[in-house]
Design a protein around this ligand. Structure first.
Ligand SMILES: [Zn+2]
Length: 209
C-alpha cells in the first residue's frame, strides 16, 4: 500500500512504476505492506519506448509472477531479472538471446533442472543428443529407445546446453542464430508449461506485429 501514490506530486510514484528497480523500506501490517520510503535505482523507462523490449520486460515479470509465491525470496532469480533488464535496455545482446537465457535460468532456479550431461534413460554420459524427453528434461543417448520425446538437431541441443550453463553476465559474447533460437523458443515454451503448469500470455502480442 502506498499513500497518495496516484497524485502526480507523489515522490513514491516513480518507485512503484512497472519495471522500476527501487530500494524500498516497507512496514509489514496486517496482510499487507506499507511503503514509507525508498529510492529509485533505475526506472528502465527506456524499455517502454520499444514495443519489443516492453513486451519482453512484461514477459519476464509475468514469468516471475507465475512461478513464485508472495514473500518468496530467490536471490538468483532477482539477479537474473535485473541483468536481463539491463541487457534489454542497453541492447548489448539480441533480445531473443536474453529471453531464452532467462527462461532457462527461471527453470533452473525454481527447481526444474535440465539435464544435458547424462542420458535420461540409461544415465550414461552424453556430449550431445538429437532426442529429448521431459519432464524432467534430459537428452537421450544413441543406444536407447527413442519414444515419448522429440527429435531436435545436435546444434540446438549443444547451444541450449551452452546457454543453460553460461553465466548470464557473459551472454553478450553469443551470436544470434535464428533457426536455433526459434527451436529453443518452442522447447522452452513446452518446458515452462509442463514445469510451472501455466502458459504465459505476454509474448502473444509479438505474433500480431
Ligand atoms: Zn541411454
Amino acid at each position: 500500500m502506498v499513500r497518495g501514490v496516484k497524485s502526480n506530486k507523489s515522490q513514491m510514484l516513480p518507485l512503484t512504476l512497472p519495471m522500476s528497480y527501487s530500494e524500498l523500506v516497507l512496514f509489514k501490517g496486517k496482510g499487507m505492506y506499507t511503503l514509507n520510503e525508498g529510492f529509485l535505482i533505475d526506472s528502465f523507462q527506456e524499455m517502454l519506448k520499444d514495443i519489443y523490449t516492453l513486451t519482453y520486460g512484461n514477459y519476464i515479470l509475468e514469468l516471475i509472477d507465475m512461478s513464485m509465491v508472495d514473500d518468496e525470496i530467490n536471490i538468483n532469480l532477482f539477479k537474473n531479472v535485473v541483468v536481463s533488464f539491463y541487457f534489454l535496455k542497453n541492447k548489448a545482446v539480441s533480445d531473443r538471446i536474453v529471453i531464452r537465457k532467462f527462461e532457462l535460468d527461471l527453470l533452473k532456479y525454481t527447481g526444474h533442472s535440465l539435464n544435458f550431461e547424462n542420458c535420461g534413460i540409461c544415465r550414461n554420459k552424453i556430449i550431445s543428443s538429437n532426442y529429448i524427453i521431459y519432464p524432467p528434461f534430459s537428452g537421450v543417448c544413441g543406444n536407447c529407445n527413442k519414444k515419448n520425446g522429440i527429435y531436435i538437431s545436435y546444434s540446438v541441443f549443444s547451444f541450449m546446453k551452452y546457454l543453460y550453463h553460461i553465466d548470464i553476465m557473459k551472454i553478450h559474447i553469443l551470436k544470434e542464430n535464428n533457426y536455433i533460437l526459434s527451436e529453443i523458443e518452442k522447447i522452452n515454451s513446452e518446458l515452462i508449461v509442463t514445469s510451472i503448469g501455466k502458459k504465459p500470455k505476454s509474448l502473444e502480442l509479438l505474433e500480431i506485429l
